[in-house]
Ligand binder design. Structure first.
Ligand SMILES: Nc1ncnc2c1ncn2[C@@H]1O[C@H](COP(=O)(O)OP(=O)(O)OP(=O)(O)O)[C@@H](O)[C@H]1O
Length: 374
């Protein structure tokens, strides 16, 4: 990509397909970084992945990646999967059981007709932390290790796009936590755009720059992750609204032992994070963990109070979702209608958002800036 090119169009999809009673009609564009295809079971996520990978052909439409047309039904272009330069990582790693890790990795390369490149091999195995596993057989690896090898195999074929179809779904919580930092490195360092299927809000909140929400074969919404995840009208799909804030680690607060983060919204104290000073972190703050006051509170144990202004109110299930603009960063608070009435909350009203430090789940902190705008 050259500077000034439109980063929102690294991937351009506009397709239709009927499969039995199910019909998919989906159009979206996405840029570099990680784009999550998010939706309930049966919404069409895997069908869309199949169409991009070439495992199924749309009845109508066009798919292009980095300016290369993979499918254009009107122009009668349907590239076979092996000519698409699209890597796929499935829920199960699908490694060859009779080959070692090193041989599995080399296979991706052979299949793509690329010569062995020791420097690239070392870079990929280093990034994914699989160097020590090279002589092992897949049967002896943990689920997370297997997935890292599957990602390495896909990357070594130098894809223009990496598709990941629920790559963590078969792993327990511990293994998921172990592999997430590698997926973040992949997103930030490999320079390959990723389309990532998940129906986990926590996963998508941590990883995605862009979210495409699918519902019954249609794109219900698409946009930056922070916008999609706070929308009240999408609660039936994502379940729980919340804010995403990109913040910087300032260091350990000597008085409390908590980690001090700074960002657009102000300063937050969160449970001790093993991240270096200056590191960027992505923090998710669910709306139910935010309280609202109309004056700075006195004698309150909560550590985090951010001044802001009510931006909008939207009815959300049995309550009200209040959007608060904290110096340009937008927080959301889930309140009862009675609380909104009692506090006199209307757009423009100055308020203080209060978040308990204990509300932050250290396992949910992402790294880096997930959207790379060029
Ligand atoms: N080959 C097929 N023939 C007929 N219907 C199909 C076929 N493949 C998938 N479907 C249907 O298409 C719909 C979308 O399936 P798809 O696997 O794309 O959903 P999904 O969002 O990936 O779901 P999940 O999260 O459960 O994996 C489902 O109703 C499914 O039953």
């Amino acid at each position: 990509m050259t500077a000034g090119s439109d980063y929102s169009e690294v991937i351009a999809v506009d397709v239709a397909l009927r499969r039995g009673a199910f019909s998919l009609e989906a159009a979206f564009t996405a840029g570099l970084g990680l784009t999550a295809l998010f939706g309930r079971s049966g919404s069409g996520k895997t069908t869309l992945i199949d169409l991009i990978a070439g495992l199924a052909t749309p009845d109508r439409g066009r798919i292009a990646v980095a300016g290369h047309v993979l499918v254009d039904r009107r122009a009668r272009i349907v590239l076979p999967p092996h000519r698409r330069r699209v890597g796929v990582v499935f829920q199960d790693a699908r490694l060859f059981p009779h080959l070692s890790v090193a041989q599995n990795l080399a296979y991706g390369r052979v299949f793509a007709r690329l010569p062995h490149d020791p420097a690239e091999f070392d870079a990929v195995t280093g990034m994914l932390g699989i160097g020590p596993l090279l002589a092992r057989q897949p049967a002896g690896l943990s689920g997370g290790e297997r997935q890292r090898v599957a990602i390495g195999r896909a990357l070594l074929a130098r894809p223009r796009l990496l598709l990941m179809d629920e790559p963590l779904a078969a792993l327990d919580e511990g293994r998921k936590a172990e592999i997430l930092p590698y997926i973040e490195r992949l997103r930030d360092e490999a320079g390959v755009p990723i389309v990532y299927v998940s129906h986990s809000v926590a996963e998508v909140a941590r990883l995605a720059g862009t979210i495409v929400v699918l519902d019954a074969g249609r794109v219900a919404a698409t946009g930056p992750a922070e916008e999609i995840l706070r929308r009240a009208d999408l609660i039936p799909l994502h379940g729980e609204p919340g804010a995403l804030l990109d913040m910087i680690v300032e260091g350990r607060d000597p008085r409390t032992g908590l980690t001090r983060l700074t960002g657009q919204a102000g300063m937050l104290l969160v449970p001790d994070l093993a991240r270096p000073k200056g590191a960027t972190v992505r923090v998710r703050i669910p709306a139910r963990d935010v309280l609202v006051a109309t004056e700075a509170p006195q004698g309150l144990s909560a550590r985090n109070t951010l001044p802001g202004r009510v931006l909008a109110l939207a009815s959300a299930g049995t309550g009200v979702l209040v959007e608060i603009d904290c110096a340009g960063a937008i927080l959301t608070a889930q309140l009862t209608e009675a609380a909104v009435r009692d506090l006199g909350l209307v757009p423009g009203r100055e308020v203080v958002a209060i978040i308990k430090s204990a509300a932050f789940d250290p396992a949910g902190f992402g790294t880096g800036r997930p959207t790379i705008a060029i």
